[in-house]
Design a protein. Structure first.
Length: 550
């Protein structure tokens, strides 16, 4: 049953005044008032098949994949146990600010496309164009990378031509994203549950092994923190500088692991009661970071040495530290179970990336910033042309067949991490504009459907660190004797791309930065007030024990 959207009438005087003041040839800021109503109408175009439990579980565990289960091994090998632990913890706190920021904007304006739409409404259409195509590029690269990782993980059991597994998992992703969004929601809900159960299991297993409950019966304790040590002398550089370089190198893996944390609003118009679901999902990001990332990284550092031979071939994607820990403990069968669930996690991440990438492209097409054909929907209300484009790019996975898939996986981590840093930075810039727009229009944040905590202070800190990481992501190439063209390109190619997209669109379309007073915050508040969502039903019986979703 479609929801009826009540649209407040626009003030003709306001529209006429804005029309007269708008510079000729630029995108009219007044259109924003009318566009706010126009954008909101899309709630009736895409099927609202994602329920509260879907979006909250996807936010809780949807992006957990190769970044945690595989990338954490690279971080441990480069930075040592304390370096990896600190890198993931600091990055997690900063990344949570991104989720809170996008959650606040998404609760107010639940539009498909996430930051692509918010950048247009709150900053500049040129920024929307730039970040939109950056997101599309990001997922065109990262989805094949997840597929390659799943294929490489199969090598744990049998060595076959990776093309077979790349084909199988690619087809599964395409089929999943070509059906009702409800099917996608159920699949991700199931895989998220598996990931949560796996993380709980491996943390308990690591604790048992650490305390001497493994087959050998010997307690490990903090043995690997003492030998080989808390940090790694990265690139052989001696002293504190080498240890700091190792610690700094862990941020690339950590950012890669957390990438996707901002996607809770990308399919906002396909969520039932988004103003309730999105804030709940954003608030639970903290739980996800502490329980699933920080605790897991800490436990892994206790049971796997940073100089473990399997880890140091770490270019190997089959060298998951979780599998290595089970193998080293001499526990039979368990490594295979862990590897199997890690495979489902990698495929799940590819599945989530397909949804986010296609919805971003759909949102851009709706706004005329991508070819109109990408806005076409099939009878299931799925943007099938956008899905087709991403399906074609899955063939990038076959390029790894000419080399080791694991080498390509390691090289692409930098590429994907830098893309995530760019997206996060744009989100925070947009959110800060939104914040100061509220102040300029004398809007109390309590008038918003949801106001995120610790803002805008957390966003300023996070934005500063993200820009620093972006500028230093390829610092190793500037060290004498360590020049690498592929590292330089993967670390810095995103910077000229995003700048060229922004200024290219701005110059050709003559767009203007929207003034703080013209940001349509009040319009969306009015739409929210005119279309209240029903209150959540109180939990009863055993449902009260459920802390994962409402």
């Amino acid at each position: 049953m479609e929801k009826e959207i009540t649209k407040p009438s626009a003030d003709p005087a306001v529209e006429e005044k804005a029309h007269l003041e708008q510079p000729e040839g630029s995108i009219r800021a007044v259109g924003i008032v009318q566009d706010a109503h126009h954008h909101f109408e899309e709630l009736g175009e895409l099927k609202q098949g994602l329920q509260q439990r879907h979006i909250q579980m996807i936010a809780l565990a949807g992006a957990i994949g190769t970044g945690l289960f595989l990338g954490s091994g690279i971080a441990l090998a480069k930075g040592g146990p304390l370096g990896a632990f600190l890198g993931y913890t600091i990055t997690g706190v900063l990344a949570s600010s991104v989720a809170l920021a996008v959650g606040e904007m998404g609760a107010l304006a639940p539009l498909s496309g996430g930051i692509v739409r918010y950048a247009e409404l709150f900053v500049d259409p040129a920024l929307s164009f730039a970040v939109g195509w950056n997101i599309v590029y990001f997922y065109l690269v990262s989805i094949p990378n997840e597929i390659v990782a799943t294929a490489a993980l199969i090598e744990f059991w049998v060595s076959t031509n990776n093309a077979i597994w790349i084909t199988i998992f690619s087809l599964l992703v395409v089929v999943s994203c070509s059906l009702f969004v409800r099917v996608y929601g159920e699949l991700e809900f199931t895989f998220s549950m598996l990931k949560i159960l796996l993380i709980v299991f491996i943390n308990i297993l690591a604790l048992v092994v650490t305390c001497g409950g493994g087959p050998s019966g010997s307690a490990i304790g903090f043995k690997y923190w003492h030998t080989p040590g808390l940090f790694v002398q990265h690139l052989g550089v001696p002293g504190a500088l080498g240890r700091f370089m190792g610690f700094w190198s862990t941020f690339s893996s950590a950012v890669y692991s957390y990438s996707g944390i901002e996607n809770i609003t990308m399919a906002a118009s396909e969520i039932d009661y988004p103003r309730r679901a999105i804030p709940q999902a954003a608030k639970r990001i903290f739980v996800r970071i502490i329980l699933f990332y920080v605790v897991s990284i800490f436990m892994v550092t206790l049971v796997v040495a940073s100089n473990d031979p399997s880890l140091l071939g770490a270019s190997s994607t089959s060298a998951s530290p979780f599998v290595i820990a089970a193998n080293n403990a001499g526990i039979k069968v368990v490594p295979s179970i862990i590897n199997a669930i890690v495979i489902t996690s990698a495929w799940s991440s590819a599945n989530a990336g397909m949804l986010v990438g296609t919805r971003a492209l759909y949102g851009m097409a709706k706004e005329g910033r991508a070819p109109e054909i990408f806005a076409r929907l099939n009878r299931y209300s799925i943007p099938y042309v956008a899905v087709t484009l991403f399906s074609v790019f899955l063939a990038l996975g076959y390029l790894t067949l000419s080399d080791s898939a694991s080498v390509v996986f390691s090289w692409l981590i930098n590429l994907i991490a830098v893309g995530a840093l760019v997206n996060w930075s744009v989100i925070l810039i947009t959110y800060l504009r939104f914040q100061y727009g509220c102040k300029a229009q004398s809007i109390d944040r309590h008038e918003l459907p949801w106001a995120a905590p610790f803002q805008p202070y957390l966003s300023w800190v996070a934005l500063s660190v993200f820009i620093l990481l972006l500028l230093t992501s390829g610092y190793t190439v500037f060290i004498n004797g360590h020049w690498s063209a592929q590292t330089f390109i993967s670390s810095y190619i995103n910077i000229p791309i995003i700048l060229a997209l922004y200024f290219g669109y701005k110059l050709t379309r003559r767009t203007k930065v929207i003034s703080l007073g013209e940001i349509p915050i009040r319009t969306f508040i009015q739409i929210a007030n005119d279309n209240p969502e029903p209150p959540a039903k109180p939990k009863q019986g055993l449902r009260r024990l459920n802390i994962l979703w409402s």
